[in-house]
Structures are given as structure tokens and as C-alpha cells.
Design a protein around this ligand. Structure first.
Ligand SMILES: [Cu+2]
Length: 503
């Protein structure tokens, strides 16, 4: 399932970013690790010196991005009075020239923005990449500097720039306003976006009756442009390019060597927290993985069950909402009871700025996520994904079906239900050591939780998988299960058939 992206593509994207920001902003970009590298300075981007009073001055600050502390992401002062301070307060007087240099502390997408002064470093992606901005604040007040990468400000990457003094009409911003596109139009759908839907029949075979053993699992974190619905694309984060991530299947007592790779094309760190793990962070503590790198840890499966795994890199909810979750099944000794068909489905929400149904390339909206107001609810990553012929569930009358059903969330509990069927057995909360509940219509599955349901198909037809909070059906949450076979009029028949059959 590993999808290798062309490193040349990454280079092209980087060059593209650089050209874009050099074109519109007065910045210098340099790489601090190599002082012979050329500085790219455009002649027309020198700050204009205007109307500066004699007592104005240049105020310089250097900040470096830092992760893995508390808060999880932040700026840290470098040199001078702010050295070593997390998100240090920056101070200047109105009319001063403020010069801020940002150094990227890790190979992850960061930037620094101050909205009120149209000041931005542009995106920095490489470790030790730096950019310097200059601007002349013309009004007093407290202004937030922050990183605009989704989720970063929210987990702590911001501080305050305080400008003292009087607002002066004679003091003019030395920086031409950046040409920020504020048009409300939605960008067009990404032309080469791919399906990120995992077919629900794509899961490993049962473990069966075997002794505990050593298992190696490799997962690759990949950020991809995926198809959310017809004519609509979205930037997903995935394990191995599909949602949910690959099902991991083990038995109790196995020793699992878990490897997390982060694709070279990634812009963010990724990691894994498996709920089947007993240990710090479920593994997340040891797997915060930079783009192009790999981490690993080993754990023993102490308890059988159906467990969720997910990325646990801040903002964790953002990474989950972007598609980074899956199931790990730990089978009991002797394996699970045999069934005819198994399926693998997970539910999640997608928080876009644009309303449900908007065509184009939609954008993630962190505030909507914090407010728990998704536009989309999805099975296996995309709107109505499991109603499409290529991803619908298929079985035959007389067969027993098992569905592993989990909720990535990040926020909404599912009232999982199959319209027209009754669950013969529900392994509530995914517990495989508790006797299943029997004859259940609808079962609750919380975020970060899972269930295993089984039922036998007695009557042919199309059954609809839903969350019985049915408004979500109208936001993309539906799947079809087609049962083929002979009619079974003793169990179900239409009025018409009764008449013609003479019963
Ligand atoms: Cu992630």
C-alpha cells in the first residue's frame, strides 16, 4: 500500500513556495546551517524608510520553532533579552522598524504571521531554514504573532508583540501590504486527487489458532490530496494512503515491533497511539516522526479486543479529522469464531470552511473542529464512499457477516445501525472477553472506540449502514450492503408477492 511520492515533486513544490513568497513579500531566506549559501534578496523588497522620527530605531528579534515541550509547539527566543523564553513577549515602539528572524527548528511546516501588519515569513519547511521580515508598526497595541499551519497556533504556537506609543498619521507602514488573496471563491478541485477510501473488504485474514509470535508492522504516514466527493477534494493525512489505515491483526501474547515512517513528502510530524498498547502514550511518546524519518517501538499485546489506533501529533484532533486512524485487532487465544465475511469500517468527521456539498478543494477549519461543527460525516474517509459500487459491501443470503466498526471521530459518537437488520451479536466496546450482547438494533461506539457486530443475512436486498443520528446521512454518512440470494418469504415478503404467491 505504500505510495512513494516523487522527491522531485517535493522539490518543485518547495521552489514554488519560495518563488511565491519572494515575489510578494520583503523577506530574506537563508539556511543557517550553511553560511556559503546564497541569500536571495530582491532589489525592490528593501523596506522603504519613510517618515521615521529621529528617535526611531530598528528592533531585532530572533525566534526558533520548538516542538515536544509544553506547550507542544511554540516559538523560543534566540539571543538577547528573550533568549530561551517560550513564546517571548516582543516589544517595540510605534514607528520603529521591527525585524524578526524565524528559524525552523524541525523539518516541519511552520511560519510566523502578524495579521495586523500583513507581516509573514512565508512557510518554512526545511530544518534550519530561516526567513527575516521587516515592518514598521504604525499603531500601538497588543498583536498576536503566530504560526498559521493548521492546529499549530491552537496548541501553543503564538505570542504577543506589544507596540508602545501613539498612533501617528505621519508614520506609515514601511511594508507594502502583502497581496493576500481574500476572494471568497473556493480553489478548484485538485486535478490529480486520488481516492483515499479503503474498501471495507480490505482486511487481513483471521489469525485463527496459533501460538504467540513476533510480528513486525510498518506504517507510512502520507499526506495526500484525496477525493471527498464528486468534484470535491481535500487534504487528507493517512496511514498508507487510505482511510482507515491498514487493519493490524494479531493475537494476545504477540510481541509487535511497530515502525512508523513519515513520508518524505509530508509537511508535518506524525505518530501513532495504539489503544492495544500498555505503555506511555500508547507509543506516541516514541513515534513523533519528522518527514522522511522513521521511529519504532515494541509492545506486547496483553489483552484481546478491537482497538483503535490513531496519530497523536498536535493538534491530535486535526490529524484524526484528517484521516489518521485505524483498527488493531487482538484476537483471543484460539482465534475468533469463524464467519463467512468480514468487513472493516470506520466513521469520522471532516471540518471544512466551506459548506457541505461545495465543489472545489475544501479547506480544514480548526475553529469549526473546536466547536464540533463538522460539514461532513464519513465512513472510510469520503462522503457516501460505501454506497459507490466499487466500495459497497457484498454478501450472500445465508452467510454470517462480521463488521469491525470503529470511530476515529475525533468528536462524535456513532449510533451504528444497519437498516433492515438486527445484530445477532454485539461485542460491546470491542471487548472480546465479555460475552456478546444478542439481538441489538443500534449500538453506541464512542470516538476512539470500536465494536464487533455479527449477523446472518436471511433476506436478499440492499441494506443501508448508518449512524442512526440520521441527519448525518445527509452529510455523507451511508454505506450499502448488498445481499444476494433466494427470497425468503417466510421471513419477509411484500404485499404484492403475497397476492401473487397465493399465501
Ligand atoms: Cu499525524
Amino acid at each position: 500500500m505504500n505510495k512513494q511520492l516523487n522527491p522531485n515533486l517535493v522539490a518543485i513544490v518547495l521552489v514554488g513556495f519560495t518563488v511565491l513568497f519572494l515575489a510578494v513579500l520583503p523577506i530574506r531566506i537563508e539556511f543557517a546551517t550553511n553560511d556559503v549559501q546564497a541569500q536571495a534578496t530582491l532589489a525592490n523588497t528593501e523596506p522603504v524608510q519613510v517618515a521615521q522620527a529621529e528617535n526611531t530605531k530598528v528592533v531585532e528579534y530572533t525566534l526558533r520553532t520548538i516542538t515536544g515541550q509544553m506547550p507542544p509547539m511554540a516559538f523560543i527566543g534566540v539571543g538577547g533579552s528573550i533568549d530561551g523564553q517560550i513564546n517571548p513577549p516582543l516589544i517595540a515602539d510605534a514607528g520603529d522598524t521591527v525585524r524578526i528572524t524565524l528559524i525552523n527548528g524541525d523539518p516541519v511546516l511552520h511560519n510566523l504571521m502578524i495579521d495586523e501588519f500583513n507581516a509573514t515569513t512565508g512557510d518554512l519547511l526545511l530544518q534550519e531554514q530561516s526567513a527575516t521580515i521587516e515592518f514598521a508598526p504604525d499603531k500601538p497595541g497588543d498583536f498576536v504573532y503566530y504560526c498559521s499551519t493548521p492546529g499549530h497556533r491552537e496548541v501553543g504556537m503564538w505570542g504577543t508583540l506589544t507596540i508602545h506609543g501613539e498612533a501617528s498619521s505621519e508614520t506609515v507602514s514601511a511594508v507594502a501590504p502583502a497581496e493576500i488573496d481574500v476572494a471568497p471563491t473556493v480553489p478548484p478541485a485538485v486535478a490529480d486527487a486520488t481516492s483515499i477510501v479503503r474498501n471495507p473488504a480490505d482486511l487481513p485474514a483471521p489469525i485463527g489458532d496459533r501460538d504467540p509470535t513476533n510480528v513486525r508492522v510498518d506504517l507510512n504516514a502520507i499526506e495526500v490530496n484525496g477525493i471527498l466527493s464528486d468534484g470535491t477534494t481535500y487534504r487528507y493525512f493517512t496511514f498508507d494512503g487510505a482511510i482507515p489505515g491498514p487493519m493490524i491483526r494479531t493475537r494476545v501474547g504477540d510481541t509487535v515491533e511497530m515502525h512508523i515512517h513519515n513520508d518524505t513528502s509530508s509537511q508535518l510530524q506524525h505518530s501513532i497511539d495504539l489503544h492495544a498498547v500498555t505503555g506511555p502514550g500508547g507509543g506516541a511518546v516514541y513515534t513523533q516522526t519528522n518527514p522522511g524519518e522513521e521511529t519504532a517501538f515494541t509492545f506486547k499485546t496483553l489483552a484481546p479486543g478491537v482497538f483503535v489506533y490513531h496519530c497523536a501529533t498536535p493538534s491530535v484532533a486535526h490529524h484524526i479529522a484528517s484521516g489518521m486512524f485505524g483498527l488493531i485487532i487482538v484476537e483471543p487465544e484460539g482465534g475468533l469464531p469463524p464467519v463467512d465475511r468480514e468487513f472493516y469500517i470506520m466513521q469520522s468527521e471532516i471540518y471544512t470552511t466551506e459548506p457541505y456539498g461545495t465543489q472545489g478543494n475544501l479547506t480544514f477549519n480548526h475553529e469549526a473542529m473546536l466547536n464540533e461543527q463538522p460539514q461532513y460525516f464519513v465512513f472510510n474517509g469520503a462522503a457516501n464512499a460505501l454506497t459507490a459500487d466499487e466500495n459497497a459491501l457484498h454478501a450472500n443470503v445465508g452467510e454470517t457477516v462480521r463488521i469491525f466498526f470503529g470511530v476515529g471521530g475525533p468528536n462524535f459518537t456513532s449510533s451504528f445501525h444497519v437498516i433492515g437488520e438486527i445484530f445477532d451479536r454485539v461485542y460491546n466496546y470491542g471487548s472480546l472477553t465479555t460475552p456478546p450482547m444478542t439481538d441489538v438494533q443500534t449500538t453506541l461506539v464512542p470516538p476512539g472506540g470500536a465494536t464487533m457486530v455479527e449477523f446472518t443475512l436471511e433476506v436478499p436486498g440492499r441494506y443501508i449502514l448508518v449512524d442512526h443520528a440520521l441527519a448525518r446521512l445527509e452529510r455523507g454518512l451511508a454505506g450499502y450492503l448488498y445481499a444476494e440470494g433466494e427470497d425468503n418469504p417466510d421471513i419477509f415478503r411484500s404485499t404484492g408477492e403475497v397476492d401473487t404467491a397465493g399465501h
